[in-house]
Write a new protein. Structure first.
Length: 319
């Protein structure tokens, strides 16, 4: 049976025009695979289901499906309603404030074909420390740089939580089987503003392998201008994520046990890496080139500067 791919996102009135731009970029992906695009909206937020022309045009041409949810479950609309309607689909979630380069979807499909059982993560911004508190992940792509170090590609993430819609996340079909995951009253009580924390909690509970995508990128550079005025990122910070972890630990004792097991596994490669540090080669700087000539020259100059500073070789990708 042919695999069904769905790209899923949500939006709200203050950002619905941004969603139109994000949708256009998803429509124009360079892939031979068939895929469906689903935009989930909350009925209470759009009286009479009134939408801007930019969105209605995409719906009327059949380019996207609009899925109406009877209540506002906030960012959880990104996955929950689509998962219930299409339980046998492989779902790639994304944000409504990011334009995707045309290779983005094929990257996830290629990674999924290589690791069919794994959750593929576009970016990770936070990790759990040994003290069971949230801290910044070491593998964030530095701001201002459009390249990445190849040693992050396809890396298994043990305690790093996905930055959900920013880079995108691919969930293979049947990734969530625990009935508690779908309990709307429960997830709106514990974590109404952090769907990524809820998803990660059950990834851990259900022993899913989370793996970094094959082409880690500074996704923020694809952000849509003026889209961050009401972003959840302003509410979700290290203290908030630590608070959520503690709530989950109380609610799901097995989650704490499994996170502690992951922390033990996480410490092993760190110790081994320190021991072998002198033997390791420097990672490679990957410079992604595209757009106008001026931009290309700037990227080359920036990558060369970084490579010289860190004594690292460079590889170039045209996108």
């Amino acid at each position: 049976m042919k695999e069904q791919y769905i790209v899923s996102l949500t939006s709200y009135p203050e950002r619905i025009e941004c969603a139109a731009q994000a949708l256009e970029s998803i429509i124009n992906q360079n892939t031979n695979e068939e895929y469906k695009i689903v935009l989930t909206l909350a009925e209470p937020q759009f009286p009479d289901k009134k939408l801007p022309d930019s969105i209605k045009k995409l719906e009327n041409t059949g380019t996207i499906e609009i899925l109406w949810h009877p209540t506002d479950i906030r960012s959880h609309k990104k996955l929950m309603p689509v998962l219930k309607k299409y339980p046998d689909a492989t779902i790639i979630i994304t944000d409504d404030d990011v334009k995707r380069p045309d290779w983005w979807l094929q990257m996830f499909i290629d990674d999924h074909n290589k690791y069919p059982e794994d959750v593929i993560v576009g970016e990770s911004a936070w990790k759990l420390g040994a003290d069971l508190k949230q801290t910044t992940a070491n593998n964030i792509i530095p701001k201002g740089f459009t390249y990445h170090c190849v040693d992050e590609a396809h890396k298994i993430l043990l305690t790093e939580r996905p930055a959900n819609g920013l880079g995108g996340v691919l969930y293979p079909k049947h990734s969530f089987n625990d009935k508690r995951f779908f309990d709307e009253e429960l997830f709106m009580k514990l974590t109404p503003n952090s769907d990524e924390s809820w998803q990660y909690c059950f990834n851990v509970i259900e022993d899913r392998t989370l793996r970094m995508c094959g082409r880690p990128t500074e996704w923020a550079k694809y952000g849509i201008k003026n889209s961050q005025k009401t972003a959840l990122g302003k509410k979700n910070n290290a203290n908030e994520y630590t608070r959520l972890y503690n709530l989950f630990f109380d609610e799901f004792p097995e989650y704490k046990i499994k996170m502690q097991e992951r922390l033990k596994e996480y410490s092993k490669p760190i110790k081994e890496a320190k021991h072998e540090q002198k033997k390791q080669e420097y990672p490679t700087v990957i410079c992604q080139l595209g757009g106008r000539l001026g931009n290309i020259l700037f990227e080359i100059a920036t990558a060369r500067y970084y490579a010289i500073q860190h004594n690292m070789p460079i590889k170039y990708y045209f996108c």
